[in-house]
Write a protein that binds this ligand. Structure first.
Ligand code: ADP
Ligand code: MG
Length: 492
């Protein structure tokens, strides 16, 4: 893809001046991260890394990504409600992957408890009036990520990398970066171009989803509980959502899993209380990686899951976001089974799927491994992990596949077609590093929000986007992993 910033990227002196202006504007707008030296304090902060210029994205692909987001919301919600599908899909994985297995154990435990109550109460209650009411309000805040695969005829195609169903981040900071890129273009007197930068406000949309779930919970004094990490560099991203909620008179408390295990409790109706305050919605910004769980934290997670509060996500929805589920969804017939009577939605979803291959022990897995070993540059090996930096590429992938080949452990991985976007030039700005013009590729994310009460979907929408751009020398990793930087799509 050509860029129309070409000549601007050659003028080093001008770049440096623009970079100074852009950094100051980013700081003024609140595009902030805590520093890696002081991740628990906001005394010293810096700007989140970003591109000096917005990157070109074909409007048709942006539109397609927005259009398919409500379908992805429906799909995730359908998977989360289909216990049989989750059980079958994850059965081989949980034998090999301890983290997924632990999540799955909680899922089973919560399901069993829910069913047990219905059976116990209904025979003599006449109607199903439960003594303990299970969770009835469900809130999904997700982000579906894509890259633009070059096709043979040169036109790029939208291909999903993954969907994040827990702790999908950067909606807050992405709401503040358009002003920075408009500033840069305005300094260059490119007023028309500045006007093309899309407005974007995911934090508001995410907050509206939380507010809806809070409202449906139906207790005006109840709070939103944000499960936070002790060391959180990305706190300003989270604060953007908290601020939106406070503006609606919905109060948020931030607590760690450790706090919950000490101060959290359920009453006899399984209402959740923390420090004596009732919780309507639990919003997880922690709990998506193995190292975030001590034994104590697993217990806290179980307590939260058993509660009547709306969890974002509940454990089933977190499982719906695993790479193994993504791979199984690409099998012929799966989307049709999960979204019956919705052929248009199925077609829109399937159009975004890249090649995904099971590595379960058996002929199909053997063949996938043989193909990847024959053409390593065309594949990515993925374990059931989130947060960046876990996937294997190239020679590392080859070594891993050779080792895994004859072991049951291979079922904890999936294989994916490697997406190869056309690189372009942009200038990356990072605290402590000189402005760098490099060959880049981008990843587009669309934020989705849905709310369900019992069986009725009361909200289903897209609420904004995130563009992240990284130098091509990095195969893996997002902004938090220190690889990608924040960007804005410049629609062409
Ligand atoms: P995580 O849950 O760790 O974010 P992802 O599946 O999003 O895992 O992969 C992390 C990063 O690796 C992505 O942001 C992207 O840069 C790169 N990546 C993942 N899958 C592919 C793929 N199929 N083709 C090319 N790059 C990929
Ligand atoms: Mg990712």
């Amino acid at each position: 893809m050509a860029t129309n910033w070409g000549s601007l990227l050659q003028d080093k002196q001008q770049l440096e001046e623009l970079a100074r202006q852009a950094v100051d504007r980013a700081l003024a707008e609140g595009v902030l991260l805590r520093t890696s030296q002081e991740p628990t304090s906001s005394e010293v902060v810096s700007y989140a890394p970003f591109t000096l210029f917005p990157s070109l994205v074909p409007s048709a692909l942006l539109e397609q990504a927005y259009a398919v987001q409500m379908d992805f919301n429906l799909l995730v919600d359908a998977v989360s409600q289909n216990a049989a599908f989750l059980e079958q899909t994850l059965s081989s994985t949980i034998k090999q992957d301890d983290f997924t297995a632990r999540l799955f154990d909680i899922h089973k435990q919560v399901l069993k408890e829910g069913i047990a109550q219905v059976l116990r109460v209904s025979p003599w209650a006449g109607t199903v009036s439960l003594q303990f009411s299970p969770q009835t309000v469900f809130l999904g805040l997700n982000r579906s990520d894509y890259m633009f695969q070059r096709s043979a005829d040169g036109s790029p195609a939208l291909k999903q990398i993954e969907i994040n169903t827990i702790s999908a981040s950067f909606g807050g900071l992405a709401s503040r970066t358009p002003a920075v890129h408009r500033h840069v273009l305005s300094v260059l007197s490119k007023t028309k171009e500045a006007g093309k930068i899309l407005s974007n406000n995911p934090s508001k949309g995410l907050a509206l989803g939380i507010a809806k779930a809070w409202e449906l919970y139906g207790s005006p004094n109840a709070l939103v509980l944000l499960i936070a990490q002790e060391k959180e560099r990305n706190i300003f991203d989270q604060r953007a959502i908290e601020n939106e909620l406070l503006a609606r008179n919905i109060h948020v408390i931030r607590r760690t899993f450790e706090d919950i295990s000490e101060k959290g409790s359920l009453d006899q109706d399984r209402r959740l209380f923390v420090d004596g305050q009732e919780i309507a919605v639990v919003y997880f910004r922690d709990g998506y990686m193995p190292r975030q769980y001590s034994l104590q934290n697993w217990e806290a997670r179980l307590l939260l899951e058993r509660s009547h509060a709306a969890k974002c996500p509940d454990i089933a929805t977190q499982l719906a976001g695993t790479k193994k589920v993504q791979q199984e969804l690409s099998r012929p017939g799966m989307l049709e089974m999960l979204l019956p009577g919705q052929p248009e939605a199925v077609a829109r979803l399937r159009a975004t799927f890249a090649g995904l291959y099971s590595l379960d022990v058996g002929e199909e897995g053997d063949q996938a491994i043989a193909e990847a070993l024959a053409a390593p540059s065309r594949f990515v090996l993925k374990p059931q992990r989130e947060g960046g930096g876990n996937n294997l590429y190239g020679e590392e992938m080859v070594q891993a596949l050779k080792q895994l080949k004859d072991s049951e452990e291979r079922a904890s991985y999936i294989l994916m077609e490697k997406i190869e976007p056309e690189p372009f030039e942009n200038c990356l700005l990072r605290p402590g590093s000189p402005a760098r013009v490099v060959q880049c590729i981008s990843e587009l994310g669309i934020f989705g929000v849905y709310v369900r009460q019992e069986k009725t979907l009361v909200m289903n929408k897209h609420v904004g986007h995130l563009l992240r751009t990284k130098a091509i020398e990095h195969a893996d990793g997002g902004v938090a992993a220190g690889v990608a930087v924040l960007d804005n799509p410049y629609p062409v």
